[in-house]
Every structure is written in C-alpha cells, then in structure tokens.
Design a protein around this ligand. Structure first.
Ligand code: ADP
Ligand code: MG
Length: 289
C-alpha cells in the first residue's frame, strides 16, 4: 500500500479537493483506495456524500478508542472507502494529549490494513497539531498543495520542519513526493513566479532533506467552477462533471502520482535552509513562519 498525506496548514488551498478527487481518480483507474478524513470540519466526508448515522464510528473512535479500521471504513463507490470524520475530532487532540503513543495511533491502525488497499490518501486539516502529526507518522509520502498567490510559500518552512521532525523521530521513510499548484490561473505573471520559486527551492534541497527529490507536479489544477460546486452535491468531480477541466486535471495528477517510482528514503533530519524559503516578493522581514 502506498500512503500519502495531503498537507498544508493553510486553509483553502485545495487539500480536500485534491485528496477526494485524486482518491476517486485512482479508484477509477482500478486501484483499491482508502480515503481518510482527518479534519474535524469533515469536508472530505461531505464531499463524497456520506451521511453519518449516530451509530457510525468515525476517525475519532479509531484514534481515541482504538476501534478497528475495518469497522470505521465506509464504502462510497467501487474500490473507494472512506474513514469519515465528525466534529468530535476537535476534542481528540485534547483527549489524546496525556495518553501513551498518541502520535502513532493512525500508524498502528493503518499497519493492520496494508494488504487491503493499494493507496491510502489522508486529507489533513489546517493545522500542524497532533492530528497532522499522526498523519506524518503514519504515511510514507506527503503531497503539498499550494495556491499560487503572493503568500503561497509563507508557512512552508514550518511545514517542512514538522515533516523533518516526524521523519527524524518516528518515521524514517517519510518523504515529500511533490507540490501541486491548485486553483491555477494560466497566463498570470504571479502564477509563473510562484512556479519558478517552488521549482527552484525544491531543486536546491540538500540530499538529507525529506523534500529532496520532490517534484513540482507538471499537472496544474486549473481554477474550475465545477470543482467548487461538486462538494455541495456530495459527488466527486468525476461523477459531477466528468467532461470538465477539473476532472481532466485531477485524472492527470493521479496518473502522475501513480507514476512516481518509489525511491529509497533519504537519511537525516532537520531543515537548516528554510530561511531560503521566502522569495523576495513574499514579505520583507525575511524568516518564513
Ligand atoms: P482546503 O482543504 O485546503 O481547505 P479545499 O479543497 O476545501 O481547501 O478548497 C477551498 C475552496 O476552494 C473550496 O470551496 C473548494 O471547492 C474550492 N476549490 C478547490 N480547488 C478549486 C479549483 N481548482 N477551482 C475552483 N475552486 C476550487
Ligand atoms: Mg480541507
């Protein structure tokens, strides 16, 4: 099983749209896919049209009470299963705070189902707290969605540092597979500048960094109104608007992700070069945050 977390602590950059539609595209391509909603806002759960009964266990039960993954996963289509989230998850961080092995709960749950799925895609919430750390400890790969506006790279330093710490302490095989630009507007100078900055930054990563070898995906997810509409219908882009640019782009991104050859994990640890992250147009005070 390949496991990938979709992470960026900023909200509204395209994490959920990417997680849901890449998961759906991989399932359409014949892969068995598990999508995990790790955000208390439950946007991925809603996006796939799941309506939870009060009895339905969720990711909260899996993390806090150790409910088996097989009892929480809901089938939402051929070859696509979802671990739903609910608002209870807000309290999970607090409830787990004092418990043993709080960072490895998702990892242990996933270890038990490695044979059942070809892919596990984790949709993270907009924070770098304990839930996101659970994702970083559980998965092998990270995909970072960015929205190409002028603050796009702000915060990336802290995200990469968190990824490096997770690899150093609990998950030596963790690596960043790539950055995907979402809500892209073709032909704008700013989008081109962000692309150039990201590509340059990734290319200059030292071999001991978890993002060494990470790519800027060639597929650009164009801004497309159908992608914004489909969550409210509880449908993926492939069910809602199969002929749209959104469907075309996410099918292409899923093919690119599937084509990534697994490379051996790089060694070592904390980023020393995150100060280089802020390009000149981001902000004047230098340090990324
Ligand atoms: P996140 O999970 O990072 O908070 P979302 O995936 O929920 O971000 O996207 C934020 C909003 O932007 C949502 O309303 C979503 O429907 C919309 N959106 C995402 N990607 C696109 C796109 N390519 N074109 C148009 N709207 C998009
Ligand atoms: Mg989201």
């Amino acid at each position: 099983m390949r496991s990938l977390a979709i992470i960026n602590q900023k909200g509204g950059v395209g994490k959920t749209t990417t997680a849901v539609n890449v998961a759906a595209a991989l399932a359409r391509d014949g892969q068995n896919v598990l999508l995990i909603d790790l955000d208390p806002q439950s946007h991925a759960t809603l996006h796939v049209g799941l309506e939870l009964t009060p009895e339905q266990p969720t990711i909260y039960d899996l993390l806090v009470d150790g409910t088996a993954l097989g009892d929480v996963a809901c089938s939402v289509g051929e070859r696509l299963a979802v671990i739903p989230s609910s608002v209870d998850l807000v309290s999970a961080e607090l409830e787990l705070a004092g418990r043993d092995a709080r960072e490895t709960r998702l990892r242990r749950a996933l270890a038990a189902c490695r044979e059942a799925y070809d892919y596990c895609i984790v949709d993270c919430g907009p924070s770098l707290g304990l839930l996101t750390v659970n994702a970083l400890v559980a998965v092998q790969e990270v995909i970072i969605p960015l929205q190409p506006h002028f603050l796009a790279l702000q915060g990336l330093g802290r995200l990469l540092e968190t990824i490096a710490r997770a690899r150093q302490s609990l998950n030596p095989e963790l690596r960043v597979t790539g950055v995907v630009l979402c809500m892209h507007e073709h032909g704008t100078r700013l989008a081109q500048e962000v692309r150039d900055d990201v590509a340059q930054f990734l290319a200059s990563a030292a071999p001991d960094r978890p993002w060494h070898g990470a790519r800027l995906f060639a597929t650009l997810i164009r801004r497309n109104i159908k992608l914004a509409e489909c969550p409210s219908f509880g449908r993926t882009i492939f069910d809602y608007a199969p002929g749209s640019h959104g469907a075309e782009d996410y099918a292409a991104l899923a093919r690119e992700i599937a084509a990534v050859a697994s490379s051996p994990p790089a060694r070592e640890t904390l980023p020393a070069d995150t100060a280089n992250l802020a390009p000149s147009y981001v902000h004047a005070d230098g340090q990324p945050q």
